[in-house]
Design a protein around this ligand. Structure first.
Ligand code: SAH
Length: 494
C-alpha cells in the first residue's frame, strides 16, 4: 500500500537516480545513547592535439575595400597585436553564470580548472546553484538523508549528546553545522534533544552557510526569534525556540570564535567542495580543464604542462600505495577538503570536542566521480552550469591524513557505514518507538525512510511503482569522526 502522505513525484538522493519521499514529523522521546599558465590544450576525450582556436589568435588585419583610403600616409602594422574575438551587442540567451564563466576563461586567456568551474557553479555569490533557491526535495534537484526522515537528525543528536558526555558535560559548547541545507538536521537534532536541558543549555549553534536563501530557510526551520541577549545587553541575538539555543550564521568555519569546546557536523558538505581532476596520458598526469568550445559552449581539455594543483596530486599520491595509484587513469583531489580538515583538526585539537563527517565516498583515492544532477536526473557536467548540482565522492583517506598532519592532539575513527553508525546509535529502537504511535500512512513512511537510511539496494518490501522503489543509502554513505584525544574513542566508533 502506498502512503497518501508521500509525495508521488520521482526524486533522487544526492547520488542516486531514484524516487524518494518526505517523512512527516512525528514526536516521541529520543533516547540518548595561480591561474594555469597554459597555452595549448588538447581534448580529454581524445589523445590527438586540437588547437584551442576559440580565442587568442594572432592574425593580420584584413584591409577593408569598401571604405575610402586614409588621407594621411601612415600605416600601422597590427599583425602582432591581440585580435579580440567577434563581439556583438545583441542580447545573448546565456545565463548570468554562463556569461561569468565565459568571461573568466576569456580574461585569463586560457581554460580554468574543473575545481574553479565547480566552485563558481555551486557558490558564485550572484548566480551559484545554491545561492538563490531551495534545491532540496521533490520540487528541487535532489534529496538528502535529513529530508528523508527525522530519525537521521535525531540520531546525529544522540551522537552529539554522547560526545558531550565524553567531553565531561562542558557548560559552553559550540555546535557547528557545515552546509546545513534547509536546516532540517539541526531542527530534528534540537527537537529530539530538547528534553535534555543540560545539553541544550550548553549549546551555541553556529550555521556555516554561503547561501542567503538557505540561511533564511534555516532561520525559519529552526523557529528562530530575534530577542534580547542577557549576556550582552547591547546586542540582540537569534534564539531557536525549538530548544532555547542561540543561533549565529557564518560564511566560513574560521569566522566562529575559538576557545570553547566544539562539536562540528558536516553532512553532505565535503562532496560539494571543488575537486581537481587529473588524467593519465603517455607523458604523465595532466589536469583536466574547462574551456570554451567552438559552438560557444564548454568543453574539457587537458593541460599539457603541470598546473599548480599538481602539488596536491603529488601530496595525495604520497599517502597512497604505489599499486593504488598505478591502477588508476583518473584521479580527483580536493585541496579545499584537505584545508578544511586541517582547520577542523587544529580547532578540535586545541579547544576540545569532535567532528562528524557523513558523506558518500570511499576510504581510498577517488578516481572519476564528479557528477551533475538536475531535477533528480543525472545530466552532463558542462550542460547549463548553475542549473544542476555538482558533487564528487569524498576521499575519506585524504581526510584522515590531513587531520593527522594538522594536529597531534586528535584521533580519527572510521569510516564506518551509515548503516553501522545509525544502527549502533539505536535507530532500530527509535523507529519502533515511533511506530507505536502513528497512523498507517505514517508507519509506511517511517518504514520507507528507515530503509533508505540503513538499507542496501532495493527495498524488498516495496509494492509501489518500480521507478519509485526505495534504494538504501546504508552502505553508500560513510561516517568518520575526528575527536580530541583526551576524550577517548567516541560512540559508536569504539
Ligand atoms: N547538509 C544538508 C545540505 C547539503 S547540500 C543536507 O544534508 O541536507 C550542501 C550545503 O552546503 C548547502 O547548504 C550549500 O549551500 C552549502 N555550501 C556548499 N558550499 C559551501 C561553502 N563553500 N561554504 C558554505 N556553505 C556551502
Amino acid at each position: 500500500m502506498l502512503s497518501r502522505l508521500l509525495l508521488q513525484s520521482a526524486t533522487c538522493y544526492r547520488r542516486l537516480p531514484n524516487a524518494c519521499y518526505f517523512a512527516p514529523q512525528l514526536s516521541a522521546p529520543v533516547s540518548p545513547a595561480p591561474s594555469p599558465s597554459i597555452t595549448r590544450f588538447f581534448s580529454s576525450s581524445s589523445s590527438s592535439q586540437i588547437p584551442n582556436s576559440s580565442f587568442v589568435e594572432h592574425v593580420g588585419d584584413e584591409e577593408d575595400q569598401t571604405t575610402s583610403p586614409p588621407t594621411a600616409a601612415i600605416s600601422v602594422d597590427r599583425s602582432g597585436l591581440y585580435n579580440p574575438p567577434e563581439h556583438s551587442h545583441a542580447p545573448s540567451s546565456d545565463s548570468e553564470l554562463i556569461k561569468h564563466l565565459k568571461s573568466i576563461i576569456k580574461f585569463r586567456g586560457g581554460p580554468i580548472s574543473v575545481a574553479e568551474y565547480m566552485e563558481e557553479v555551486l557558490t558564485n555569490p550572484k548566480a551559484g546553484f545554491y545561492i538563490n533557491r531551495d534545491v532540496f526535495g521533490a520540487e528541487g534537484d535532489f534529496i538528502t538523508s535529513p529530508e528523508v526522515s527525522q530519525m537521521f537528525g535525531e540520531m546525529v543528536g544522540v551522537w552529539a549528546m554522547c560526545l558531550w558526555e565524553q567531553m565531561g558535560q562542558p557548560n559552553k559548547v559550540n555546535l557547528v553545522e557545515l552546509g546545513p541545507g534547509r536546516g532540517t538536521l539541526m531542527a530534528d537534532l534540537l527537537r529530539g534533544a530538547s528534553k535534555f536541558k543540560n545539553f541544550t543549555e550548553s549549546l551555541h549553534i553556529h550555521m556555516v552557510e554561503c547561501s542567503p536563501t538557505l540561511q533564511k530557510l534555516q532561520h525559519s526551520n529552526l523557529k528562530c526569534k530575534y530577542e534580547d541577549n542577557m549576556d550582552d545587553k547591547m546586542n540582540k541575538r537569534n534564539v531557536s525556540t525549538l530548544a532555547g539555543t542561540p543561533v549565529t550564521w557564518h560564511a566560513a568555519l574560521e569566522q566562529i570564535p575559538s576557545g570553547s569546546p566544539t562539536i562540528i557536523i558536516a553532512h553532505e558538505f565535503y562532496d560539494a567542495l571543488p575537486v581537481h581532476q587529473f588524467q593519465r596520458v603517455s607523458h604523465g598526469w595532466c589536469e583536466k580543464m574547462v574551456d570554451l568550445a567552438e559552438d560557444s559552449l564548454f568543453r574539457f581539455v587537458l593541460s599539457p604542462q603541470p598546473t599548480p594543483a599538481k602539488l596536491y596530486l603529488m601530496k595525495r599520491s604520497k599517502w597512497a600505495a604505489t599499486e593504488e595509484i598505478a591502477k588508476l587513469d583518473h584521479i580527483e583531489v580536493c585541496p579545499k577538503a584537505m584545508e578544511l580538515t586541517q582547520t577542523i583538526a587544529k580547532r578540535i585539537g586545541s579547544d576540545g570536542g569532535g567532528a562528524l563527517i557523513i558523506d558518500y565516498g570511499m576510504d581510498a583515492v577517488v578516481s572519476d566521480s564528479l557528477q551533475a544532477i538536475r531535477q533528480h536526473k543525472f545530466v552532463n557536467i558542462l550542460d547549463d552550469p548553475g542549473s544542476a548540482d555538482l558533487s564528487a565522492y569524498v576521499d575519506f583517506a585524504s581526510i584522515r591524513h590531513s587531520a593527522e598532519e594538522a594536529s597531534g592532539d586528535v584521533s580519527i575513527h572510521g569510516p564506518i557505514t551509515q548503516s553501522q553508525f545509525l544502527g549502533s546509535l539505536g535507530i532500530n529502537f527509535r523507529v519502533e518507538a515511533l511506530l507505536q504511535n502513528c497512523t498507517d500512512e505514517q508507519a509506511e513512511s517511517l518504514r520507507t525512510g528507515y530503509w533508505r537510511l540503513v538499507g542496501e539496494g532495493e527495498a524488498p518490501f516495496w509494492e509501489g511503482p518500480d521507478e519509485q522503489v526505495p534504494i538504501g543509502m546504508g552502505t553508500l554513505y560513510l561516517a568518520m569522526t575526528i575527536v580530541n584525544k583526551r576524550q577517548g574513542v567516541p560512540v559508536p566508533f569504539k
